[in-house]
Each structure stands twice: as structure tokens, then as C-alpha cells.
Design a binder for this molecule. Structure first.
Ligand code: FE
Length: 229
């Protein structure tokens, strides 16, 4: 059978933070697979990798929250929840959240709304568990656009419009402008785009990034990057 991996990028998804708790600890992670199953009562499903700490937390507490990320969410914030493990860092340390009615933490930063669910079923699907939850609360906080998985990928590849001043254009002609890929998370540093979130101007070659520059998504150092083939 011929399976084209690109086909799966054509399926539309959003981007969410799934959060749960275990005893007094909180954790959350990014997921794109959240979908509504029924409307009366409202049931949803989320697919969570068994290796993730959030999986362990949901397994035990049987509750989780889903916060819907806005289109303007900085890559760093997505990286904080998406490319770090709660086993190493407390992801809730410096962010705004509140406790839901079931006691699950609900991420508020960069989110337009959230729902809370209690687990009513689960299906072992190999690498992941599909948790089925009945929604016990849902609230819209801000009427803004949600981010889509597609948008996230396109932004990652560099959607920033080219507004480089002339001197940058001249520099580009003489400097190497290779793209570099983060071997940890797959983020691509594109010199044409720079890293505006970290104050790196468009037209900055990878070689000229400050030594203390880190991957805007996962926080890996420059050493973790390799030139894109
Ligand atoms: Fe990275």
C-alpha cells in the first residue's frame, strides 16, 4: 500500500493545551487531536502519547482541561508546553492558570477559551490512549481566532513578511543564508525570517546568531542545530 505522509498534513486540526493533575502536581502538553464526539451530553476525545507525563496524570485523576490556543500564540509558549517534559520542568510555574471545578488546572495565557472534562472511557490505540471525556464546563474568554495546526506549520516555515531594509538585502547577497534545523524539535531557523520573538532581525545568518540564542520552540542551544540539506 502506498501511504503519502503529506496527506495527513491536509487533515485540519487546531492546537490545544491539555492539562491535568496528579495529587498536587500539575502538568500540561500541546495536542492537536481534540474533537467533539456527541452533543447531548457533550463528549470529546483527546489522543495522548503514553510516554507523556500528562498521560500519567489523566490516567490517575480521570480529569483534564483543554485550552484553545489563539492565532497569536508565540512559538516560545507553544514550545514551553510542547517540547519540554513536565518531568524536568514545572510548566505551570510562570504562567497564568486557574483551577477548574474538577480541580484540573486551566491554562489562561494565549487562550481564547477552555473546556473541562471528566474521563468516561479510554481506548488503548498503541502508542497513544484515546481518552473520552464528558464536558462539565466550557467557557469562551476572548472572541479571537484560534490557531490551526496548518497555520502553526506555515508560521514555523516562515510566514513573516519580508520587510528587510536595503542593507540587509545587500548583506544577503554576500552572506550564507542557509536554513538550520533544530534536531530536538524540528524548528527551522530561516535567516530570511530571523527570530522576531527573540529580537533577531530578518536577514541574520545562523552563524551570526548570539551564542546564547536558543531554539524559540524548545529552548535547545545553537549546538543542537544542523544545516538543512
Ligand atoms: Fe528546538
Amino acid at each position: 500500500m502506498n501511504i503519502a505522509p503529506q496527506l495527513f498534513h491536509k487533515i485540519s486540526y487546531g492546537l490545544y493545551i491539555i492539562a491535568s493533575k496528579k495529587d498536587r502536581k500539575f502538568n500540561g502538553q500541546i495536542a492537536n487531536t481534540v474533537f467533539q464526539l456527541t452533543s447531548e451530553p457533550i463528549k470529546i476525545a483527546v489522543s495522548i502519547n503514553k510516554q507523556n507525563l500528562t498521560h500519567e496524570f489523566i490516567k490517575q485523576s480521570r480529569i483534564f482541561s483543554v485550552s484553545i490556543l489563539s492565532k497569536e500564540t508565540p512559538m516560545k509558549f507553544i514550545g514551553h508546553f510542547g517540547f519540554k517534559s513536565g518531568r524536568e520542568v514545572d510548566k505551570f510555574k510562570d504562567i497564568n492558570y486557574k483551577l477548574g471545578i474538577n480541580g484540573a488546572p486551566i491554562v489562561l495565557d494565549n487562550c481564547l477559551g477552555y473546556l473541562e472534562a471528566k474521563v468516561i472511557g479510554e481506548i488503548d490505540i498503541g502508542t497513544h490512549t484515546l481518552f473520552i471525556g464528558e464536558v462539565v464546563a466550557a467557557e469562551i474568554m476572548r472572541d479571537i481566532e484560534p490557531i490551526t495546526y496548518d497555520y502553526y506549520h506555515k508560521v514555523k516555515g516562515g510566514k513573516t513578511p519580508m520587510t528587510a531594509p536595503t542593507y540587509i538585502k545587500e548583506e544577503k547577497e554576500v552572506k550564507k543564508m542557509d536554513k538550520y534545523v533544530c534536531t530536538v524539535c524540528g524548528y527551522v531557523y530561516d535567516p530570511k525570517v530571523g527570530d522576531p520573538d527573540s529580537g533577531i532581525k530578518p536577514g541574520t545568518p545562523f552563524e551570526e546568531l548570539p551564542d546564547n540564542w536558543t531554539c524559540p520552540v524548545c529552548g535547545a542551544s545553537k549546538d543542537a542545530f544542523k544545516r538543512e540539506e
